[in-house]
Write a protein that binds this ligand. Structure first.
Ligand SMILES: [Zn+2]
Ligand SMILES: [Zn+2]
Length: 153
């Protein structure tokens, strides 16, 4: 049964899909629910594994299609870290991504907590629409693996 959280999300999802001329399907809703339930930037394969747990009949192609629709209608965004697989983020508030070089996990960092955007000397013929900031480092204390390495070292 739908929880309050999910029906609220589902309602805006309907609207957003409709705005892009996309249909709301139970699969798309399910994939969105999977992304909202664990906001840890899964890859498409990870979303597929999670989606299958409660919907064993869902196919990889359907998951790809659903992710595509969710990205198109702006409720999910794609995150690319280095040359790794595309990851999916359901946090649509302004934030940047911190990726841990040691464990590979990706964390959301809200913009006001992030280091100052460096002054960039943009030549006048370029018009900046958006700035992508990628933070790299180690997630000391954020994940057990990296936290433990710190105490052992
Ligand atoms: Zn994110
Ligand atoms: Zn880490």
């Amino acid at each position: 049964m739908a929880t309050d959280h999910f029906s609220a999300a589902g309602k805006s999802l309907n609207k957003r899909l409709a705005e892009k001329g996309l249909r709301t399907t139970s699969q798309r809703q399910h994939v969105y629910e999977v992304l909202l339930s664990q906001r840890d930037h899964p890859s498409a394969e990870e979303v597929f594994m999670r989606a299958k747990q409660s919907k064993p009949e869902i196919s990889m192609a359907t998951v790809y299609n659903s992710l595509d629709a969710l990205v198109k209608c702006g409720v999910v965004r794609q995150v690319n870290v280095d040359r790794g697989a595309t990851l999916f983020c359901s946090n649509m508030s302004e934030h940047v991504h911190f990726s841990c070089d040691d464990c590979g996990k990706v964390f959301d960092i809200s913009l006001k907590d992030s280091p100052q955007v460096p002054e960039v000397d943009v030549p006048s013929e370029f018009q900046v629409r958006k700035i992508d900031i990628a933070l790299h480092g180690r997630c000391t204390g954020k994940c057990n693996d990296c936290g433990q390495k710190e105490t052992i070292a």
